[in-house]
Design a protein around this ligand. Structure first.
Ligand SMILES: Nc1nc2c(c(=O)[nH]1)N[C@H]1C(S)=C(S)[C@@H](COP(=O)(O)O)O[C@H]1N2
Ligand SMILES: [Mo]
Length: 423
């Protein structure tokens, strides 16, 4: 450590204000990289082999650098009992920013990915409407569209941390059923208006074209608010994994209601009580009863770096960074603790669209080599505060795995090993 650097500490165990890091200039950077960025000789200007001959030419579809080949989804194994069923998880700890590249968007399939030819696919709106409608893919492309950045989170995300003992895994394994993309498509309200919803209508039910025939019920008020029939994902046609050629996208709500490979919407007086909203995707309470239709995802955050199974290689200044989101609005505040919640400091939140989208937070931390427990706590625009794990656990049956949004704790040992712990 350079003894001339003495940043103002704003919370216990080494959290420092961002303005001090900026003010430190090169001295601060020197501390970050332990002097490795100081140019020691003129060899720094020697010409590497890749600069001496022309490289590969352009290609028709890009791919990541061979040196970034480890930035991959964490895929689960095949299911013996339900073919095609399973998940792959977004490698949150290997990404920075807020947008999930399409190839790294998490997946959750109940019966695999149907190979849909868009020319053969139909999407039908029927039920309590004056005029049932049937759309081809081409038909939908002709409608006015909107583009919005939204997170998508499976209600089973982070459920691993409801287990009795903390699993020694990484951020992807625990929290990777979470992604964020720019979704472009047609507002459902536009199509429902054209069909003419009748006075008795209160709900819609949506069904997918996969072999699981995934169906979910959604109140009409949400359908008329911000739901879209998504056709594009980060600018390109949505991927087969995400529901090609079209999916329902229900902003802020548990991922399960965003029915992929959408084939019909029925307007109805009441919910359909499908399998995935009765036996599954309901929240078991301590008294043995279940909550049904608990749609919005709670205020939540997770530090993605440093995070589980990482290794701090040196003492000094590290940037603590992660993502925060809420199904109840935008992220108003993220606090970070380095002493297991005894003291907290406000992290810097990057500007950008945050309504029902991921927010990126950052805070510098001066690690002295002492043990630490890193935590983050989100507050959303509706004043929901992310609860401590024990508070969340007290509200549900120990068997409930859905809608877990408790505070994540990462311990840092004197050796710099980062681990998932309950604190
Ligand atoms: N038709 C259909 N829609 C579906 C599913 C499915 O298996 N079939 N899985 C649901 C679940 S549980 C989630 S979390 C999200 C996952 O969307 P993604 O695979 O694009 O990440 O899709 C939802 N929509
Ligand atoms: Mo899900």
């Amino acid at each position: 450590m350079d003894k001339t650097i003495n940043p103002e500490h704003i919370a216990g165990n080494g959290l420092i204000h961002r303005r001090h890091l900026l003010g430190l200039g090169l001295a601060g950077i020197g501390t970050i990289a332990a002097g490795s960025v100081i140019a020691a000789d003129t060899g720094m200007l020697s010409i590497p082999a890749w600069s001496k001959t022309p490289g590969n030419g352009p290609s028709d579809y890009g791919s990541p650098s061979a040196y970034a080949a480890d930035v991959k989804r964490l895929a689960g194994g095949p299911s013996a009992t339900a073919p095609g069923s399973g998940v792959s998880r977004t490698p949150l700890h290997l990404l920075r920013g807020t947008i999930t590249p399409n190839s790294l968007h998490f997946e959750r399939h109940h019966s695999g990915i149907p190979a849909i030819d868009p020319a053969q696919h139909r999407f039908v709106i029927h039920g309590l409407v004056r005029q049932p409608l049937s759309f081809s893919y081409e038909d939908l492309l002709a409608y006015p569209m909107v583009s919005q950045i939204y997170f998508l989170e499976c209600s089973g995300n982070s459920g691993a941390n409801t287990a009795a003992t903390a699993s020694d895994t990484n951020a992807a394994a625990i929290h990777g059923l979470l992604s964020c993309a720019e979704w472009t498509g047609v507002r459902l309200s536009t199509l429902l208006e054209q069909a003419g919803v009748t006075a008795a209508a209160r709900w819609i039910t949506a069904t997918g074209a996969d072999a699981a025939s995934m169906g979910r019920s959604i109140p009409l008020s949400k359908a008329l608010d911000d739901i879209i029939i998504a056709l594009y994902q980060n600018g390109e046609p949505i991927r087969p994994e995400q529901g090609y050629p079209m999916r329902l996208f229900v902003p802020g709500w548990e991922g399960n209601v965003s029915v992929k490979w959408l084939t019909q919407i029925k307007v109805a007086e009441g919910p359909g009580h499908f399998r995935d909203e009765t036996s599954k995707y309901t929240d078991l309470l301590p008294d043995g009863k279940s909550l049904q239709f608990t749609y919005p995802m709670g205020a939540k955050s997770v530090i993605t770096s440093p995070s589980g199974q990482m290794q701090l290689l040196r003492q000094g200044i590290h940037e603590i960074t992660g993502v925060a989101w809420s199904g109840h609005g935008s992220i108003r505040r993220v606090e970070v603790s380095a002493d297991g919640g005894s003291s907290w400091a406000d992290a810097h939140i990057e500007a950008g669209q945050q309504h029902l989208a991921l927010a990126r937070f950052r805070l510098p931390w001066q690690w002295s080599g002492a043990p630490a427990i890193l935590q983050s706590r989100a507050t959303d625009s509706s004043n929901n505060v992310q609860p401590a794990r024990n508070i969340w656990m007290a509200g549900y049956s120990p068997a409930n795995r859905y809608h877990y949004n408790g505070i994540q704790s990462w311990s840092v040992s004197t050796q710099g090993e980062v681990k998932n712990v309950y604190a």
